[in-house]
Design a protein around this ligand. Sequence first.
Ligand code: AMP
Ligand code: MG
Length: 197
Amino acid sequence: MPLRVVVTGTPGVGKSTVLEELSRLAEQESLRFKIVNFGTVMNSLLEAEGMKIHRDMIRRQDLNLQKRIQLEAAEKIVKMGGEVTVIDTHLAIKTNLGYLPGLPEKVLKRLEPNLIIMIEAEPAEIEERRKRDQDRMRIENETSEVSTELEWSRRMAAACSVVAGIPVKTVKNVEGQRLKAAREILSLIMEVQGKDA
Ligand code: AMP
Ligand code: MG
């Protein structure tokens, strides 16, 4: 059975950075797993339909379009195959109409993940990282908003956990300790694979 691990975290939590570290660790230890960014897959599908947009504009699109592309992205990821796939995604997408689940039931059933890992950080640190991240078009920078987003991610994670019958593990990304977070994720993947870390 192929193994799929969902790694999620609110924007600015340092998810992509931790996953880059994870990718280096896996290479060093000659472990084979694929890290797929869900937003990148969605963007390539949109581009194939003639919509070349910034990744932070995906969540501003028509809801039906987002939902269709979301499901297509899940199908594409499943078809990529591979023994272990780490899926970098979001569980609560802040759309114009409110929070959209990143893994609604249909998508969850398609992906059949074995574990959800939620990367978290202190709201003030997330706020700082968002301000520093010049490539992104992240408008919401208030700490109170960050806390609300974190709360929504947790709610969505709980819902996914119940529907899929899989555990949710929180990993803290403390400033300056991204290697520690990556190591923790690596050992969780090994454990879910039934191997020693
Ligand atoms: P990221 O670069 O990981 O912050 O993702 C960029 C964008 O991709 C997000 O802001 C969402 O619009 C979209 N995205 C990522 N994962 C999902 C998902 N599971 N469902 C719907 N949209 C997603
Ligand atoms: Mg990212």
